[in-house]
Design a protein around this ligand. Structure first.
Ligand code: DC
Length: 222
């Protein structure tokens, strides 16, 4: 029997970095579900489709193809109509678009089966917002990974600056707070800790400490 781990939490809590490292250490496949919402958001931006519920978004969903694959280094690659958009979906604009588009029920329904199919590929760690509550309610281990908004904004700021992007900390903090609000107040599959999830708060914990914490939570429970 393969094992499925759900790691949910707000933007910038280090979910992807920590989940990826934990998966590597445990020999699990790591799946970043936010990349799927980002890809749908990118499709909407490119087509000039407003990220609001309605026929336009539904029409777009019917005409795009979103795929999740892995390169020879085992890294996740997302394809939009066959094009590798893994890098293009990592801008602050793409983050905001993803947050808005992910509130649309048709978008969530569109990505649900894709995520569930990916979870059947073996021992997996899926990270997202609603993995433990909606996508994999029977996950073997559920972790809610969070940190204070200021700590998350600081981390994201450093990450973007390292990538050479010209960004301001205040803007990132405002974005983090806006996305938190959007993600946890949407009507469908809002960001919230599953009743049976273990809470991991990394505000005061460094990256290595956070990875060790997640690996130990998973090992203890599987
Ligand atoms: O994890 P991320 O920042 O790449 O996610 C981008 C957006 O996608 C985020 O604002 C919320 C949304 N999302 C979601 O609604 N459900 C998921 N399982 C993953 C991401």
């Amino acid at each position: 029997m393969s094992v499925a781990i759900a790691i949910d939490g707000p933007a910038g809590a280090g979910k992807s970095t920590i989940s990826k490292a934990a998966a590597k250490q445990l020999g699990f496949i790591y799946i970043d579900t936010g990349a799927l919402y980002r890809t749908v958001g990118l499709a909407a931006s490119r087509r000039g489709v407003e990220p609001v519920e309605g026929k336009e978004v539904e029409k777009m969903l019917a005409s795009i193809k979103v795929e999740l694959t892995f390169n020879d280094k085992g890294e996740q690659v997302v394809l939009l109509d066959g094009e590798d958009v893994s890098g293009l979906i990592r801008t602050p604009e793409a983050s905001m678009m993803a947050s808005k588009i992910s509130a649309i029920p048709a978008v969530r329904a569109y990505l649900l089966d894709l995520q569930r199919d990916m979870a059947k590929k073996g021992n997996v760690i899926l990270d997202g917002r609603d993995i433990g509550t909606v996508v994999l309610p029977d996950a073997d281990v559920k972790i809610f990974l969070t940190a204070a908004p200021e700590a998350r904004a600081e981390r994201r700021y450093k990450e973007l600056v390292e990538k050479g992007m010209d960004v301001k900390y205040e803007d990132i903090l405002a974005d983090v707070k806006e996305r938190d609000y959007n993600d946890s107040h949407r009507a469908i599959a809002p960001l919230k800790q599953a009743d049976d999830a273990v809470l991991a708060d990394t505000t005061e914990v460094d990256l290595q400490g956070s990875i060790d914490l997640i690996v130990s939570i998973i090992k203890e429970r599987t």
